[in-house]
Ligand binder design. Structure first.
Ligand SMILES: [Fe+2]
Ligand SMILES: [Fe+2]
Length: 209
């Protein structure tokens, strides 16, 4: 058991120790940004909400089944000084595997922010500029409607998670597209960390002399 409470630096260290896949690291940075955004908006603890986003899938590479993940990762987080409310939120993002239900607003926020970041990242990467700062909600909407686009993102599940979050945090008044706009804004704020600041765009061919 760690004597010190985990801060963002230790959280990042735990992440890089356990996650080698670039895409998975990017996913967690994206969810972290969204969680920090909502903590500010809703008066939550920005550090705790951020850690929940940053670490929610930290054990996926060592526990790659929904039975193990994140249940078997929780003791590792506890040992590294991760706050209990953060561990609770992480466990509750996979109730099926962990048996832990969502309780706090932070728990609901994590589920609402998780999958949609994947669709936003994919929507950025299919555009030539590969710059998330140029992405508009309406472009994400177009991709959302295309059932074959990132088909792994279950639209009904995402819609339900957002509805649940809206119910506990916004009296049911947070609309799907407003939420997606909020997550997009949060991710645009860390475009460089996500490598979505245009650096992945193919260099323009120089015109023939
Ligand atoms: Fe997960
Ligand atoms: Fe995730």
């Amino acid at each position: 058991m760690s004597d010190t409470i985990m801060d963002r630096g230790t959280g990042w260290q735990v992440l890089t120790e356990h996650v080698q896949d670039h895409g998975l690291r990017r996913h967690m940075l994206a969810v972290e940004a969204a969680m920090r955004w909502y903590a500010q908006e809703l008066g939550g603890d920005v550090e705790h909400w951020g850690l929940a986003g940053l670490l929610h899938d930290f054990d996926w590479e060592i526990h790659p089944t929904t039975e193990q993940h994140p249940k078997d990762g929780a003791p590792i987080l506890r040992q590294r000084g991760c706050p209990e409310d953060v561990i609770q939120a992480i466990l509750a993002h996979n109730t099926e595997g962990s048996g832990v239900e969502r309780q706090t607003i932070m728990d609901y926020a994590l589920c609402a922010c998780d999958e949609i970041t994947g669709l936003i990242i994919a929507a950025t990467l299919v555009r030539p500029a590969k710059d998330i700062r140029l992405i508009k909600v309406k472009s994400v909407k177009r991709n959302w409607k295309d059932k074959l686009f990132t088909a792994a993102v279950d639209r009904d599940e995402v819609r339900q998670a957002i509805e649940d979050f809206s119910g506990v945090a916004y009296d049911g008044k947070l609309e799907l597209w407003q939420h997606i706009g909020n997550v997009l804004t949060a991710m645009q704020g860390i475009a460089a960390q996500l490598d979505l600041d245009g650096r992945l765009a193919k260099p323009q061919e120089s015109p023939a002399p």
